[in-house]
Design a protein around this ligand. Structure first.
Ligand SMILES: CC(C)=CCC/C(C)=C/CC/C(C)=C/CC/C(C)=C/[C@@H]1[C@@H](COP(=O)(O)OP(=O)(O)O)[C@]1(C)CC/C=C(\C)CC/C=C(\C)CCC=C(C)C
Length: 618
C-alpha cells in the first residue's frame, strides 16, 4: 500500500479541477452539469472493461507500494478517479472556451446530392477506419505494438461514431472550441507524466510496448497517444452533445418543445435529423444577427453568452432588429429618406400585427399564416438583403406590438434633429426641451427595448409568474432602459454634437452658460485641437456628470427587480445591465480611455464585471 498515485492527483489533477470549477461556477447552468455528468458516466463505463482487461492480461500494472489498494474490477480506485477527473477538467475547459459560441451558427444544411461535406465525412471516416485496421493488426501480431493496438481499437471506434454524427460541427467550430481544449490538457498530462510518473507509478510491460519515447528518456508513445485520444474523446463527445442541442434550439419547426435537460433519446433524434432538413435561411439569418451583435455592441455580445437556449436566440434577433432599424434611420442620406424607412418599418409591424393584408388583386388575406408569402414578397421588395433576414426572424408572436411602435416613435424624435432649423428649438435644439422630454426619449428608445427583453424572458420562463409581479418587473425594466440610455448619451456627447444632435436639455446647458449651438461649436473646435479649451471641457464634464447622476438614479431605483426575474435569466440580465453601466463608471474615472471618440471598457474589466455580475448583485 502506498500513496504515490493519490499524491499525483493531489498535486496535479485536483488543483486544476478546483481552479476551473471556481472560474466556471458562476457561468454554469443545469445543462452544463447534465453535460458533464453524462460524459463522465460514459467515460467511466466505457473505460472500465478495457482497463480491467489490460490489467488482467498484464499489459500494464501498478506496483503495490504506489496505490492504496482498493480496486474496481481489478482497477485501482486512483485510476478510476483519473477517468473522472480528466473528463471533468477537459470538459470544463471546453465549456469555458465555448461559452461565447452560439452553436446554431455553426450548423450547415447539406444540399442533397454531391456536396463537399460528403467528402469531408468520407475522408475522416476512411482515415479512422484505416487506423482501426492498423490497431487490429498490431494486436493480432501480439508483440511490442500490442498496447498501441489496444489503445487504437478501444478509442477509435468511439471517435468514428462521433465523427459520423457531428463531423460538420467539429469542422465548423473555431479552433478555440475544439483544438485548444484537446491540446491544452494533453500537453499538461504529457508534462505530468514526464515529471511525476517516471518513478514507476504505473508500468507498461516491456513485451507489449514499442519502447519508443516522445522525447528522449521520457514519455512513452503509448502514454502520449492514450492522453491525446482520451482528450479527443472528451471533446468530440461534448461537441456531439452541443451539436444536438444546437439542432434542438435552432429549429422549432422540427422540435417545437425542448425540455431544459433533453433526454439521451431526444439528443440522438436531433443528431440523426438529416442535415438536408435544416432550415438554411434560419442558419444564415442567425449568422448575420450574431455578426452584427459582435461588431456593434461589446456589452450585449458579452451578455448574450450568459443567456441560454431559445431565449438567447430570440434576444440576439431582437438586438439585430433594433440595430437594423436604428441604422436604417441614422444612416439615411436625408430626413425624407429616414422618414421613408420609419414608414416602411411601421408598415412591417402593421403586417405582422394587423389582421388582413390586401393582395395586388384586391383579395384580403392574413399575413400570419399560409399566405404570408405576400408579406415576404413585400419585405423582399422594400428592404436590402442585410435587413431582410432579421425582419423574417423577429419573433413578433412573442413580442407585444406597443413597445415596437413606441421604439419607432423614439427614432422619429431623432429625425427632429436633422436638417438645421427644422427642429422645434432652432438650429440644433431638436426635440429635447426639458428633462421630461429626455426621459420620454429614453423611455421610447430604451425603456421599450427593456420591455421587449422582459417579454421574451417571461415567455421562455413563465413558471410561477404572477401578473402583479410581471407588471412590477416591466416598470423596473423600463426604468433600467432609461438608465442605459442616459449612460449612452453621456458616452456619446461629443459624437452626437458633431452630428448636430444635442440631447442635453437646454436648461442644463444654460446653467453652464451654453446654448445648443455654442455647445456644438465648442465640441467641433475641440475635435482636432491639441490644446483643448480646459474651461469648455470642464463644462462638458459637468454636463456629463449630471447625465450620469441621472443614469445611476434610474439604475439604483430598478436594479433590485433583476433578482425577481426567473433564475434562468436574472444572472444574464445582470451581466447585460452591469456591463453597460460600466461604461458610466469608466466615464467617471479621470482620464478614461476612448475609441473613436467614445469611452470604452478595457477587455479585462469587461470580463471581470460580467463574471462578477453572475455571482450575484453588487
Ligand atoms: C444580451 C442581448 C443580446 C440583449 C439584447 C438587448 C437589446 C435588444 C438591445 C437593443 C439595442 C439597440 C440597438 C436599440 C436601439 C435603440 C438604442 C440605440 C438604444 C440604446 C442602446 C445602446 O446600444 P449601443 O450602445 O450599441 O447603441 P449606439 O451605438 O449608441 O447606437 C440603448 C442604450 C438601449 C439598450 C436598452 C436595453 C438593452 C434595456 C436594458 C434593460 C433590461 C435588459 C431590463 C432589466 C430588467 C430589470 C427587471 C431591471
Amino acid at each position: 500500500m502506498g500513496y504515490d498515485y493519490a499524491l499525483v492527483h493531489l498535486t496535479y489533477t485536483i488543483p486544476p479541477a478546483v481552479l476551473l470549477s471556481l472560474i466556471y461556477w458562476p457561468l454554469s447552468t443545469r445543462l452544463d452539469v447534465y453535460r458533464i455528468l453524462f460524459l463522465i458516466t460514459i467515460a467511466v463505463v466505457s473505460t472500465i472493461p478495457w482497463d480491467s482487461y489490460l490489467i488482467r492480461h498484464n499489459i500494464w500494472s501498478y506496483p503495490e507500494d504506489v496505490v492504496i489498494g482498493w480496486t474496481l474490477f481489478r482497477i485501482p480506485l486512483e485510476e478510476v478517479f483519473f477517468f473522472v477527473i480528466q473528463t471533468y477538467n477537459a470538459g470544463l475547459l471546453y465549456l469555458l472556451l465555448n461559452k461565447p459560441v452560439l452553436g446554431s451558427v455553426h450548423l450547415v444544411r447539406e444540399k442533397p446530392g454531391r456536396s463537399k461535406w460528403k467528402y469531408v465525412k468520407l475522408s475522416g471516416s476512411i482515415a479512422l477506419a484505416l487506423a482501426i485496421k492498423k490497431g487490429i493488426e498490431f494486436v493480432r501480431q501480439g508483440k511490442e505494438r500490442t498496447y498501441l493496438g489496444l489503445i487504437l481499437i478501444w478509442a477509435l471506434p468511439f471517435l468514428f461514431l462521433l465523427w459520423n454524427l457531428a463531423y460538420q460541427f467539429l469542422v465548423n467550430l473555431p479552433f478555440t472550441s475544439t483544438l485548444v481544449p484537446i491540446a491544452l490538457p494533453t500537453a499538461y498530462l504529457w508534462l505530468v507524466d514526464t515529471w511525476a510518473l517516471q518513478r514507476g507509478t504505473w508500468v507498461i510491460s516491456s513485451g507489449t510496448k514499442t519502447g519508443l519515447h516522445l522525447w528522449p528518456g521520457s514519455l512513452e508513445v503509448e502514454e502520449a497517444l492514450f492522453f491525446s485520444l482520451t482528450n479527443c474523446l472528451i471533446v468530440f463527445g461534448l461537441v456531439a452533445f452541443d451539436n444536438a442541442i444546437a439542432v434542438l434550439h435552432t429549429f422549432p419547426a422540427h422540435f417545437p418543445r425542448v425540455p431544459e435537460l433533453p433526454s439521451p433519446m431526444l439528443l440522438v433524434k436531433a443528431l440523426l435529423l438529416p442535415a438536408a432538413a435544416y432550415n438554411d435561411d434560419r442558419i444564415l439569418g442567425l449568422q448575420r444577427c450574431v455578426a452584427r451583435l459582435r461588431a456593434k455592441s461589446r456589452s450585449f455580445y458579452l451578455a448574450s453568452s450568459a443567456f441560454q437556449g431559445r431565449l438567447r436566440i430570440d434576444l440576439i434577433i431582437l438586438y439585430s432588429f433594433c440595430r437594423v432599424a436604428d441604422d436604417l434611420i441614422d444612416n439615411a442620406e436625408s430626413t425624407a429618406e429616414a422618414k421613408e424607412w420609419v414608414g416602411k418599418l411601421k408598415q412591417y409591424l402593421d403586417y405582422c400585427y394587423g389582421g388582413a393584408v390586401k393582395t395586388k388583386d384586391g383579395r384580403e388575406i392574413s399575413p400570419r399564416d399560409p399566405n404570408q408569402g405576400v408579406v415576404t414578397q413585400w419585405v423582399m421588395s422594400q428592404f436590402l438583403e442585410d435587413a431582410r433576414h432579421t425582419l423574417f426572424m423577429l419573433p413578433t408572436e412573442r413580442l407585444g406590438k406597443e413597445p415596437l411602435y413606441e421604439l419607432l416613435r423614439g427614432f422619429e424624435m431623432d429625425l427632429e434633429f436633422t436638417g438645421s432649423g427644422e427642429g422645434r428649438g432652432g438650429m440644433v435644439g431638436g426635440p429635447i426641451k426639458t428633462e421630461q422630454d429626455l426621459d420620454v426619449y429614453g423611455a421610447r428608445v430604451a425603456g421599450t427595448v427593456a420591455l421587449l427583453c422582459i417579454q421574451l424572458v417571461l415567455y421562455h420562463y413563465p413558471e410561477g409568474m404572477k401578473e402583479e409581479k410581471a407588471k412590477r418587473l416591466m416598470k423596473a425594466g423600463h426604468d433600467m432602459g432609461i438608465a442605459l440610455q442616459y449612460t449612452n448619451i453621456a458616452r456619446d456627447l461629443e459624437v452626437d454634437a458633431r452630428n448636430k444632435r444635442v440631447y442635453v436639455p437646454p436648461g442644463w446647458l444654460k446653467k453652464e452658460k451654453l446654448t445648443p449651438e455654442s455647445f456644438v461649436s465648442g465640441v467641433l473646435k475641440q475635435g482636432g485641437a491639441k490644446d483643448q479649451d480646459e474651461f469648455f471641457m470642464k463644462k462638458v464634464n459637468t454636463i456629463r456628470g449630471r447625465l450620469l447622476d441621472r443614469a445611476f438614479e434610474f439604475y439604483h431605483r430598478s436594479r433590485s427587480a433583476i433578482e425577481e426575474l426567473p433564475p434562468e435569466a436574472s444572472g444574464a440580465m445582470r451581466v447585460a445591465v452591469e456591463s453597460y453601466m460600466q461604461i458610466g463608471r469608466e466615464l467617471r474615472r479621470p482620464g478614461w480611455k476612448s475609441k473613436g471618440g467614445r469611452a470604452t471598457v478595457p477587455v479585462g474589466t469587461r470580463l471581470w464585471v460580467g463574471w462578477r455580475a453572475l455571482l450575484g448583485p453588487r
